[in-house]
Design a protein around this ligand. Sequence first.
Ligand SMILES: Cc1cc2nc3c(=O)[nH]c(=O)nc-3n(C[C@H](O)[C@H](O)[C@H](O)COP(=O)(O)OP(=O)(O)OC[C@H]3O[C@@H](n4cnc5c(N)ncnc54)[C@H](O)[C@@H]3O)c2cc1C
Length: 415
Amino acid sequence: MSVVAADEPVVIIGAGQAGTLTAEALRAGGHAGPITLLGEEPHAPYHRPPLSKAWLAGEIGEAQLMLRAPEMLAKKGITLRTGTRALAIDRAARQVRLEDGSVLPYAGLVLATGAAPRTLALPGADAPNVLPLRSRDDASRIAVALARCAEAQWPVVVIGGGFIGLEVAATARKKGLQVTVLEAAPRLLGRVLAPMLSDWFAELHRGKGVELELQARIECIETEGGEAVAVRLTDGRRLPCGLVVLGVGVSANDALARAAGLACEQGIVVDACARTADPRIVAAGDCTARRLADGSLLRLESVHNATEQSKSAAAALLGQERPFTATPWFWSDQYERKLQMAGLSSGAEAWALRGELGGAAFSVFHYRAGRLIAVDSVNDAKMHLLARKLLDAGVSPAPEQAADAGFDLTGLLAR
Ligand SMILES: Cc1cc2nc3c(=O)[nH]c(=O)nc-3n(C[C@H](O)[C@H](O)[C@H](O)COP(=O)(O)OP(=O)(O)OC[C@H]3O[C@@H](n4cnc5c(N)ncnc54)[C@H](O)[C@@H]3O)c2cc1C
């Protein structure tokens, strides 16, 4: 039976990828009642991935950044309220309290509040030219700061060699800026990439002129007149800069859910169908931590996760079970290279390389306990799509087969 009757109101907190797609999935699934999509940002829903890539590089415009135009949502009878922050959830009264003091009643509530960039507890980290990158406004501030650095020939320091930090570094290099990336770990993207691929990415960036410091230890950010002018390392070195970009990860925005008494562990705890313990409340996207069958929690921050969970969340409010079981995938663009990752590589202990490392197209297969768990492809879109099929079907080619470019992996699916 449907949790929400066809004419009852649904409120969605967060007008990002997950919130917007949940609203549309509810309509597509037959919900006829009011749907209100609340977004605290002043913008209509937009795509976040280009913020560190084509948007920051100035290669795409407004229209390509937009996820859904307000008119399109209005046509579907979805009320978009931008610049509107939800302050609290009253589960007993089934109401959401907004910043302006008004309340919105709900029969079904979707939490799609995303995540917030982590900050650094370092002297100088609060200077106005030390900038995180999460929102469109953050990207605009970084774009202005990059232009200022280009003009004054000031170097840029990126703290954090994760995907966002590396994409910003690549974009800044494309603009001809001098860039240093500081990464605390001994390897780039060490928790997700095979050692050979993480070393290759380090060489890719160095080859493009990025100064890359692994195992970097930062003492402080030096300021003059309130602005960051250098990053000082604990070994005494001083890296002058006109901009510091922080790419040190995100934390789930779960404060509203926590205050409302919902279980949160580094994210709002949901099951495979995006349900919380309250049958009227579902959650989707970066704000969630998904409970897996073995009891562990999985936190993913990706477009695919937000998309899949939004379908599950809408289905749950409509009284259907739609577990998210598909193989997770992710991508990252750096220079002329597109990395596409299928599956989850944590715990991998053996790897097979298909193609030549650094060649025009190649893929790395991750194995745990002798079984394929993930495949990372570089400029190898065909293999990425095939890898998703293999992983979805639970088909595990032997490492020798994976490494043999002449071996037909597609044939394994047909068996
Ligand atoms: C720079 C960048 C590059 C990325 N690149 C990739 C990529 O290449 N591939 C990939 O798969 N993923 C990428 N991601 C991640 C991907 O964009 C996110 O996983 C996805 O946007 C998550 O969608 P979401 O709806 O859960 O959260 P969000 O898109 O963050 O949306 C949440 C929204 O909720 C709003 N909100 C929060 N609290 C409230 C409140 N109380 N009231 C009202 N509104 C509220 C927030 O302001 C925000 O607008 C990237 C992210 C960033 C920042």
